[in-house]
Design a protein around this ligand. Structure first.
Ligand code: EPZ
Length: 417
């Protein structure tokens, strides 16, 4: 099994270019199944989650061609199956978007319960509530979610929890339903807007994406479109934290600064310099980082996906900080691994108290999920000695060329095995 060896001590410096957003791309590719016309998706990240989705499309009978390393041509006119295979679906959480897409296209979807990061309980009851409200019958049998609708009907759906996945999945099914669907208490993440923009480019009628009320008027068919995926705000945030934690000086290019405001604000509160210009951010770290309190919330709150990364940075602050995880109740699995590197962190329920001024020391650690894996890389970059990260497949699921990008910034990191 490959491992990442990270040697600490070098401040990062230089420029890094951000790839396309994983969490938009993993919904946009299934969305392409809603049309019989060919589509072209640009700026896709070269990550394992996308490779897995492409394999699923091929299994379903879809014509898929990489025209460039980041541009995918998809022709779903030949889509012939509505059941996705367990071996591929288990690789990524976002395979649940196949349900909304296949349901919208065929009125039928059989998809195994999806895999993905273990962040504690991750129910999909709100997705199912939406499909049922639209007239579908849903059964879960032998690990397979079977969703069947004679006719999908637009309706009003109030989400009990603000869910990115449920918002997008219901939007996918509603695009070709009969009549108008209104999603209330919808999530507002930029990735949702990106998916809606792609669907609208194909001829869908979606209004309000990016607000908490999304209105979708169903259409009979969708056409062709070319769409460029937005930059990955979590990858950008990862390099912002890496620059800050190593007391480096890094320009992060190809971003939408507005999407990064919650992270920019926290870094500035800690005393880091963050300069914003057009599609670029420049982060300069400080040896006098102030402790701060962070509460994760759905967008535009501080992203839960940045929580483990921010925690590593806070071990270097000049006092104690508090992180409250409001989105996923089980998302502190990285804490025990960080403690093995010398971090002093106390968890009580959804709250973690992080002591500052900690000298981290390199240790063997296991990537417990995608973002935790990235957090351990940053911990390794500031630790004394060598950190060896196992189960790195989690990291490759979501970060394009992470070793190459960090090495170009002066990090000492290599994959062995
Ligand atoms: C998306 O997951 C992202 N994944 C996650 O990113 C991200 O952490 C999360 O949104 C929150 O921002 C993708 O986009 C593929 P949710 P998702 O539904 O959609 C509860 C990463 O590292 N909930 O917004 O699965 C749920 O348990 C990944 O890139 C229900 O109770 O998250 C959680 O507490 C990890 N019932 C909260 O809502 C449901 O039916 C938010 O989850 C759905 C969700």
């Amino acid at each position: 099994m490959p491992r990442l060896h990270v040697t600490g001590g070098n401040p990062l410096g230089g420029t890094v270019k951000i790839s396309g957003a994983k969490n938009a791309a993993v919904a946009i590719i299934p969305a392409a199944l809603l049309t019989e016309a060919p589509v072209r998706i640009e700026n896709l990240p070269d990550i394992q989650d996308i490779q897995a989705l492409v394999e699923i499309l091929q299994y379903l009978g879809v014509k898929v061609v990489w025209e460039t390393p980041t541009t995918l041509f998809i022709d779903a006119s030949t889509l012939s199956k509505w059941q996705a295979p367990y071996e591929l679906v288990k690789k990524l959480r976002a395979s649940y978007y196949l349900i909304g897409a296949l349901l919208g296209r065929f009125g039928r979807a059989y998809v195994p319960v999806p895999g993905g990061c273990d962040l504690g309980p991750r129910p999909i009851d709100q997705h199912i509530k939406g499909f049922v409200a639209m007239g579908a019958n849903v059964e879960v049998e032998h690990g397979l979610i079977k969703v069947v609708a004679n006719k999908l009907m637009g309706t009003e759906i109030y989400l009990d929890v603000v869910s990115v996945g449920a918002t997008i999945n219901i939007m996918l099914a509603a695009v070709r339903a009969s009549g108008k669907t209104i999603i209330e208490n919808a999530a507002k993440e930029p990735e949702i807007v990106d998916v809606a923009n792609f669907l609208n480019a194909m001829g869908a009628k979606i209004r309000g994406a990016g607000t908490d009320v999304i209105k979708i008027t169903g259409v009979q068919e969708l056409g062709s479109a070319t769409h460029c995926v937005i930059p990955d705000r979590i990858e950008a945030g990862t390099y912002m934290i890496a620059a800050a934690a190593t007391m480096g000086n890094v320009a992060i290019q190809g971003v939408i600064p507005k999407h990064l405001e919650p992270i920019t604000a926290k870094l500035r509160e800690m005393g880091m310099a963050v300069d914003v210009a057009d599609d670029q951010l420049h982060v300069v770290g400080t040896s006098n980082a102030q402790p701060v309190d962070i509460k994760t919330f759905p967008y535009p709150g501080f992203p839960t996906d940045m929580q483990s990364l921010a925690m590593v940075l806070l071990t270097q602050a000049t006092g104690s900080s508090v992180i409250t995880e409001n989105v996923f109740e089980g998302r502190f699995k990285h804490v025990d691994e960080l403690k093995r590197m010398g971090a002093r962190i106390k968890v009580e329920g959804r709250t973690a108290i992080i002591d500052g001024r900690t000298r981290l020391s390199g240790a063997p650690v296991k990537a417990t999920d995608l973002r935790a894996g990235a957090a351990f890389i940053i911990a390794g970059l500031i630790a004394e000695g060598e950190t060896v990260i196992s189960e790195v497949d989690h990291i490759y699921r979501g970060y394009e060329n992470v070793c190459e990008k960090l090495t170009a910034l002066g990090a000492v990191i290599k994959q062995i095995g």
